[in-house]
Design a protein around this ligand. Structure first.
Ligand code: MG
Length: 338
């Protein structure tokens, strides 16, 4: 890595984040899962595999339409386990709190964490609290780590090892909602229709798809970097082409309008309750039916497919009949969105 300083974009989930992970963290720690960065580390534990993951939450503002920092901290870690094909089981939580923070707000956040944990069927079993001087951190930061178990047969899901041309790419609903909800709240922008964050635990919905015998070939939650970044990572990682149709991607009018006015691209915006799932084409319709049974999957749609054409490239058929190649986001990112 070049000599330099940390920029906000190093934490944005795009190209600079990748450079930091590879240039500093993998360089010194090694990569447990190989060159392919997965949502959870998969550790051999006798007959089963253990999935292990961790994430820190620094969202600003800490309360936003559809959730708060505590809800994010539980759902984000639960979802990283669930998209690895694991059943999430136990979480830890670490709090870094600024001196002067309201105890009432802390309790509200903690109560939300308890509620979401119950919903997701996980237990918070370990934790830590640190308080720093006023002005040395912004209100409250939370780290959660989580473990879950999965069948060794499902190890391939994190890596997309079984992907092949023709497979269908699904998403469980509209993109960009979380980013817009947080940004509108941060900047006091009132929208005609308030956009609510999609933050939700996805494990029950994902488990239902797996239990129905649908062969899930790849899953990832489309958090920082959005749908486009997930697709670019899998296309590059597996040297496969991806073709998606802009018109098939669920997008709320209010989100589209917000993005147009402020110059954001919803394809790159963070979601907190969206899973990109790739299944054999013949099982896509059945998978959609199952997703749609869940509140977080009502707008589930097939948005594209894996193709043998243009390996490692993601091509989008645009609404106006053109083609656009999607790259991993390298420019301006939205800091502190999660
Ligand atoms: Mg993830």
């Amino acid at each position: 890595m070049e000599e330099g300083i940390i920029l906000l974009n190093h934490g944005g989930g795009g190209k600079l984040s990748q450079e930091l992970i590879r240039g500093i963290f993998f360089k010194h720690f090694g990569s447990y899962s190989g060159p392919f960065a997965t949502d959870s580390a998969l550790i051999d534990k006798g007959k089963e595999l253990m999935a292990f993951t961790t994430d820190s939450y620094v969202v600003d503002p800490i309360f936003f339409p559809g959730g708060n920092i505590g809800k994010l901290a539980v759902c984000g870690t639960v979802n990283d386990l669930a998209v690895s094909g694991a059943i999430p089981m136990y979480l830890s939580c670490g709090f870094i709190i600024e001196e002067g923070f309201s105890i009432r707000h802390l309790e509200e956040i903690v109560a939300t964490m308890a509620q979401e944990s119950q919903k997701a069927g996980v237990r918070i079993v370990a934790g830590d609290t640190k308080v720093v001087d006023k002005g040395k951190c912004d209100k409250i930061f939370i780290n959660t780590a989580g473990i879950g178990l999965l069948e060794p047969d499902n190890r391939h899901i994190s890596f997309g090892e079984k992907l092949q041309p023709g497979d269908s790419i699904l998403i469980n609903g509209s993109i960009g909602d979380h980013s817009v909800a947080v940004m509108a709240a941060r900047n006091n922008i009132s929208l005609n229709n308030t956009v609510i964050s999609d933050c939700a635990p996805l494990n029950a919905m994902i488990a239902a798809v797996m239990q129905a015998g649908i062969e899930i070939k790849f899953m990832r939650d489309a958090t920082r970097g959005g749908l486009a970044t997930v697709l670019c990572e899998i296309a590059e990682g597996r040297n496969l082409g991806i073709e998606i149709d802009e018109e098939k991607i669920p997008l709320k009018d209010a989100v589209e309008g917000f993005c147009e006015v402020l110059g954001f691209d919803p394809l790159y915006m963070a979601n907190e309750g969206k899973v990109v799932m790739i299944v054999p084409a013949g099982q896509a319709a059945d998978a959609i039916k199952i997703l749609q049974r869940y509140e977080c999957g009502q707008q589930a749609a097939v948005v594209g497919e894996i193709t043998g054409k243009h390996p490692s490239k993601v091509m989008m058929n645009t609404g106006v009949g053109g083609k656009r190649m999607l790259d991993m986001l390298s420019g301006e990112q939205l800091p502190r969105i999660c």
